[in-house]
Design a binder for this molecule. Structure first.
Ligand SMILES: [Zn+2]
Length: 456
C-alpha cells in the first residue's frame, strides 16, 4: 500500500512538472506573437507618444489576458498529447483579441473627428403578399421579420432614413396592396423598433387613402412616436414651412423630401400643404433657407422612371436644380430598381453633390411577371459618413450595401437580406423565381455590377 502511494505521488509530481514546462513554453510563444501583432497595429495607427503609451498598456493587458486564457485552457486540457491543439487554440484566441483591441483603438481615434454616420433604404412597398406574410393568426401584424437581417446596421447608424412608400392609415381603412395601398400601424412600430429615425412620406402613394389616410398616419406618428421625424406630409401650413434640421457634434444637417406627384389624385382642397411636391419655386426657397442655416443639405426626392436602370431626363433636370441651390447629398427613390451613383459637379456655383439616383425597393412582392421583374428584388442601403473639416461638413466615406427582397410563403417568411449574406441556396427558394425564372444569386450580383461601380 505504502509503495503504491509513493508511486502515485511521484506520478502526480511528474505530471505537474510537465504541465509547468508546457505552460512556460507556450507563454513565451504567445508573447512573441503578441509583440509582432502589436507592432503591426502600431504601424496601422499613428506613432504619437499617446498611441505608443496605450499600445504598451494594451500589450501588458494582452499578456495578462493571454496568461489567464492559457491557464484556463491548460486546466481544461491537461493531457500533454494535446499540446499542439492548445497552441492552435491560444493562437486563435490571441489573434481575435488583438484584432478586437486594434478595432477599438481605431474607432476611438476616428471618434475624435466630428462625424455623422447615416444610412438610408428605399421603398417599403407593402404589396398584398408582404402584408399577408406579416399577418398573424390572432389578426395583428408583425413586420419585424422584414428587418431582422439588416437591423444591426440600421440601429448602429447615427441617423437612419427610410422611404415609407405607402400611407399608414391603419386597419380601419382596410389593409390593401397595389394599386391603392394602405398599411396597418404595425409597420410604423417595426420601423421604429428596427432603428429608423426619419420616415420619408413624400411618395406618389401619399394620398391613396385621401384625407383620412393622411390624418390617421400623422396622428399615429405624433401620438406614438413624437421623437421620430416624419417628413414629406404635414398637418398644417406652418409644419410644411418648417425645415427639419438634424444636429449632432456641432453639425447641422437639413433634410428635405419631395415627390414628383400623387398618381393623379389631388391633394385635399383644404390641405394644399399636406404633401411636399417637387415644385421648383418651393424647392429652391427651401434649399436657400437650408443653405443659410445648415452646414449640409440632404435632398430625398421621389422621382425618376419606374423600372428604368438609367437616369431619366427629369432626374437630370432636378439634380441640376438641387446642386445649383446648395444640395450636398441626394438620395432618390421611386423607380423600384437601382440606378447609378454619381458625383454631380456644378462648376458655376462651385458646389458638388453625391447623388444616389435610386436605391430601389427595400422590400416588395410585386405582382409583375416576366423579364425584368427580378430587378425589383435588388435594392440598396446608402451608407454615408459626414465629417467636419476646417469648419465645413462634407462627405467622408460612402458606399452602398446591396439588398435582396427574399420571398417565401408563410408567416414571417418575407425578409430583406444584405446580398453579402445571401447565397445560391436561399435564392433558389425565393418565390419570385415563379414570376421571373431569371432570378438567381448571380443575377443579383451581376445587376449590382452593371449599375454600381463600388458596392458591398
Ligand atoms: Zn413611388
Amino acid at each position: 500500500m505504502k509503495e503504491k502511494k509513493i508511486s502515485v505521488v511521484i506520478t502526480i509530481l511528474f505530471m505537474c512538472g510537465c504541465l509547468l514546462a508546457c505552460k512556460t513554453e507556450k507563454t513565451n510563444y504567445t508573447d512573441q506573437t503578441n509583440s509582432e501583432n502589436v507592432t503591426e497595429a502600431q504601424v496601422l495607427n499613428d506613432s504619437s507618444t499617446k498611441t505608443q503609451e496605450s499600445d504598451t498598456n494594451d500589450q501588458l493587458n494582452m499578456e495578462e489576458r493571454s496568461d489567464v486564457e492559457n491557464d484556463s485552457a491548460i486546466e481544461k486540457q491537461s493531457d500533454v498529447e494535446n499540446d499542439s491543439a492548445i497552441e492552435e487554440q491560444s493562437d486563435v484566441e490571441n489573434d481575435s483579441a488583438i484584432e478586437e483591441q486594434a478595432d477599438e483603438k481605431m474607432n476611438s481615434d476616428t471618434e475624435e473627428l466630428q462625424q455623422i454616420h447615416l444610412v438610408m433604404v428605399g421603398d417599403i412597398l407593402l404589396h398584398t403578399r408582404v402584408s399577408e406574410s406579416a399577418h398573424l393568426p390572432d389578426g395583428s401584424y408583425d413586420y419585424n421579420p422584414i428587418f431582422s437581417n439588416t437591423s444591426d446596421v440600421i440601429e448602429a447608424a447615427d441617423l437612419a432614413l427610410v422611404n415609407e412608400e405607402v400611407i399608414i392609415g391603419g386597419e380601419e381603412l382596410g389593409v390593401s396592396g397595389y394599386p391603392a395601398f394602405n398599411a396597418p400601424y404595425e409597420i410604423g412600430d417595426a420601423l421604429v423598433q428596427n432603428g429608423f429615425d426619419v420616415i420619408l412620406h413624400a411618395t406618389n402613394h401619399a394620398v391613396d387613402k385621401g384625407k383620412k389616410g393622411l390624418h390617421n398616419c400623422m396622428s399615429f406618428w405624433q401620438e406614438h412616436y413624437p421623437d421620430i421625424e416624419v417628413l414629406g406630409i404635414h398637418d398644417s401650413q406652418e409644419d410644411q414651412n418648417t425645415i427639419y434640421y438634424y444636429e449632432q457634434n456641432g453639425m447641422k444637417i437639413a433634410i428635405l423630401n419631395y415627390t414628383y406627384g400623387t398618381n393623379g389624385i389631388s391633394l385635399p382642397s383644404d390641405m394644399p400643404w399636406s404633401v411636399d411636391l417637387l415644385e421648383k419655386d418651393k424647392v429652391i426657397a427651401d434649399l436657400k433657407e437650408a443653405e443659410s442655416k445648415a452646414d449640409f443639405t440632404i435632398v430625398c426626392p421621389h422621382w425618376g422612371t419606374e423600372y428604368n436602370l438609367g437616369i431619366s431626363s427629369e432626374q437630370k433636370k432636378w439634380a441640376q436644380i438641387f446642386v445649383e441651390n446648395g444640395a450636398d447629398l441626394v438620395i432618390g427613390t421611386h423607380p423600384h430598381v437601382i440606378e447609378p451613383i454619381e458625383w454631380y459637379e456644378d462648376e458655376k456655383n462651385d458646389n458638388s453633390a453625391l447623388i444616389f439616383y435610386s436605391i430601389g425597393n427595400y422590400v416588395n412582392w410585386t405582382g409583375g411577371a416576366g423579364a425584368g421583374t427580378a430587378n425589383r428584388m435588388v435594392g440598396g442601403m446608402a451608407d454615408v459618413t459626414l465629417v467636419q473639416e476646417d469648419g465645413k461638413v462634407k462627405i467622408g466615406e460612402y458606399t452602398v450595401h446591396a439588398l435582396v427582397s427574399h420571398l417565401e410563403n408563410g408567416t414571417g417568411n418575407v425578409s430583406t437580406y444584405f446580398l453579402r449574406d445571401y447565397n445560391t441556396e436561399l435564392a433558389s427558394k425565393n418565390e419570385i423565381i415563379k414570376q421571373d425564372v431569371s432570378f438567381s444569386y448571380d443575377y443579383c450580383v451581376n445587376l449590382c455590377n452593371e449599375v454600381w461601380e463600388n458596392w458591398e
